[in-house]
Design a protein around this ligand. Structure first.
Ligand code: SF4
Length: 73
């Protein structure tokens, strides 16, 4: 399944992704973007990929994550 991944070494906490996708992201205690545990819904993919392009530090990624216990579709 596809999920948002934030590289905390790169994120400067500009807040753009959190503002654009509040259903997917919150701020952590360091003020950086923190993805909630939610898979990317197909209808949100295009706007999330747009945010990948717009993140000023390339910290924001959408990645296909295989989970060992992924036994449902
Ligand atoms: S847009 Fe990029 S730099 Fe800004 S908060 Fe999100 S991940 Fe961090």
């Amino acid at each position: 399944m596809e999920k948002i991944v934030i590289n905390k070494d790169l994120c400067i906490g500009c807040g753009m992704c959190v503002a654009e996708h509040p259903e997917y992201l919150i701020f952590d205690e360091m003020g950086q973007a923190d993805p909630v545990d939610k898979k990317v819904e197909p209808q949100d993919k295009a706007s999330l990929l747009d945010t990948v392009e717009k993140c000023p530090t390339q910290a924001f990624k959408v990645e296909d994550i295989k989970e060992e216990n992924e036994n449902h579709e």
